[in-house]
Ligand binder design. Structure first.
Ligand code: MG
Length: 158
């Protein structure tokens, strides 16, 4: 694989009262959290898919199927670290990631820097390479947490 490669990722989970909300590996105080087989971290999941897409390695469901008990309740940090290895073995380096989380409440602004730092650490890159933004659905999807991400990779062989 040579040159620059971009990828896109998207994830969404339904929110339910009394569940833990984790975004970018950061636990955020919230009355609701995602219903999910893993930790339901939509931000990490969208980023994993963007990275896998850029490397043409399929998607998160192929690598971490919810039929596999190994992934039940697992931290999405494990997914990020696994993808980091997959990229490294192929000589692919992360140039940057840009992501948007869509959530009506709570407001995420106070947690953005921690999310960026966490994701960067799991991927072995700098926080400056991981942009995280937050928007609301303007009340159209109050029971969903969603995230969109793009990633750019560079081949070390080119
Ligand atoms: Mg997910």
């Amino acid at each position: 694989m040579t040159g620059m490669r971009c990828g896109i990722g998207y994830d969404t989970h339904r929110l339910e009262a009394g569940r833990k909300l984790v975004l970018g590996g950061v636990e955020i105080p919230s009355p609701r959290g995602p219903v999910s087989y893993s930790d339901g971290d939509v931000l990490s999941h969208a980023i994993v898919d963007a990275l896998l897409g850029a490397a043409n390695l399929g998607d998160i469901g192929r690598h971490f199927p919810d039929s596999d008990p190994r992934w039940k309740g697992v931290s999405s940090r494990v997914f990020l670290e696994e993808v980091r290895q997959q990229l490294a073995t192929r000589g692919l380096r992360i140039v940057n990631i840009d992501a948007v989380v869509v959530l009506d409440e709570p407001r995420l602004t106070p947690h953005i820097a921690a999310m960026s730092k966490n994701i960067a650490t799991a991927l072995g890159i700098e926080p400056a390479q991981v942009s995280v933004k937050a928007k609301t659905s303007e009340g159209t999807s109050p029971m969903l947490a969603s995230a969109h991400a793009v990633a750019l990779l560079a081949s070390e062989n080119s």
